[in-house]
Design a protein around this ligand. Structure first.
Ligand SMILES: Nc1ncnc2c1ncn2[C@@H]1O[C@H](COP(=O)(O)OP(=O)(O)OP(=O)(O)O)[C@@H](O)[C@H]1O
Ligand SMILES: [Mg+2]
Length: 338
């Protein structure tokens, strides 16, 4: 089964249920396998279904999703990180996030499991732009050194795409771990598996923290949180990284505090030729939200001051073509400049 087939299965309602029912029915006269489930999909799923039999969870997942959760979160269960999956929090462009209960006492009452969709479904545009100047990482987060792996990535073979996918997730995990240890406002990460990251859940049993973009702030609080976000951007530069997709959509708000999330695309300032452009875009998107909350900010000056204070050089300013008209936060700037 390739990632395209897997993606299709993830998108279908419950193909596994359909497949099971189909297997009970008499074969059709045409002799074809019913619906889109091919025989190889059937064999693949039947084989996978036997694993991790004791992993049961409260969340009522559709049959295929249940298999998918067992596959991706089973190792967290086996290693006694999680004892239960309580609900699905959000289906994002790249990943789905589930609320989990820890299996033992740890310093987080609840955990968020971010499960990536198969790499073929990745919708983040210009992935290449982010990857420039960034060596790939293996599953353990170490630099890839095997020539065969590196060649496979360059040639974009099926195996290469898997390695690239692994590296993408390893970057998110490693960055969150490093930034948390450096005192940044990011959820603490606990464990990583091939296709999933386990981190502190921001919110409580009934409510997940909203994204900042859906929150209206009082002027005083807006000013304090704006400074906090800028402090985090500065801290990231100090630790040699740029978020790369920062905006009020990737900041959670809970109990008056912020948490920055969603780090797989981080950019390394010194080695990525687009770093200054990407950095300005992050600062501009943050300012876009906070100026709507009544905070006075000058994104160009702010970006330049932060950038040069870490010894980086300034190239040409951001142009409309560097913005993304499909992103709500860029659209206003885009329309103004058109
Ligand atoms: N640690 C967390 N605690 C609570 N909720 C979380 C946590 N991490 C992620 N979420 C929720 O899951 C959503 C998706 O997470 P994230 O942004 O990391 O993935 P994504 O696939 O890039 O999603 P999107 O396409 O929405 O940006 C977030 O917008 C947030 O609502
Ligand atoms: Mg996101």
């Amino acid at each position: 089964m390739n990632t395209k087939d897997l993606s299709r299965l993830l998108d279908d309602n419950d193909p596994y249920e359909e497949m099971l029912n189909a297997s009970k029915r008499r074969p059709r006269k045409t002799g074809r396998h019913p619906k889109q489930i091919s025989k190889s999909d059937y064999e693949f799923l039947k084989e996978q279904d036997d694993s991790r039999k004791t992993f049961r969870f409260t969340y009522k997942a559709a049959r295929f999703e249940e298999w998918w959760l067992t596959e991706t979160l089973g190792a967290f269960y086996e290693h006694k990180w999680i004892g239960d999956v309580l609900k699905k929090v959000k289906v994002g462009k790249e990943a789905s996030v589930y609320l989990c209960k820890p299996a033992r006492e740890i310093d987080a009452p609840l955990l968020a499991a971010k499960i990536y969709r198969p790499s073929s479904l990745r919708s983040l545009k210009n992935v290449q732009e982010y990857r420039q100047g960034r060596a790939d990482l293996d599953e353990e987060g170490h630099l890839l050194w095997k020539e065969a792996d590196i060649n496979a990535i360059v040639k974009r073979t099926k195996y290469g795409e898997e390695v690239r996918h692994t590296s993408w997730i390893a970057y998110e995990y490693k960055t969150m771990e490093d930034l948390f240890n450096a005192g940044a406002d990011v959820p603490k990460v606990y464990a990583k598996e091939k296709n999933a990251i386990l981190m502190c859940f921001i919110g409580d049993l009934t409510t997940a923290a909203p994204i900042l973009n859906s929150v209206s702030l009082e002027a005083d609080e807006a000013q304090v949180l704006f400074e906090r976000v800028i402090h985090n951007i500065d801290l990231m530069l100090k630790h040699n990284c740029i978020h790369g997709d920062l905006s009020a959509y990737n900041i959670l708000y809970w109990n008056g505090e912020i948490s920055l999330i969603d780090f797989p695309q981080i950019v390394i300032p010194e080695s990525n030729p687009s770093a200054w452009k990407i950095f300005q875009r992050d600062v501009m998107r943050v300012c876009q939200y906070f100026s709507a909350q009544g905070v006075e900010c000058n994104p160009q000056k702010l970006a330049a001051d932060l950038w040069t204070s870490h010894g980086h050089k300034i190239f040409k300013p951001l142009e409309p073509k560097d913005l993304d008209p499909e992103k709500a936060e860029d659209r206003k700037v885009w329309e103004k400049q058109k």
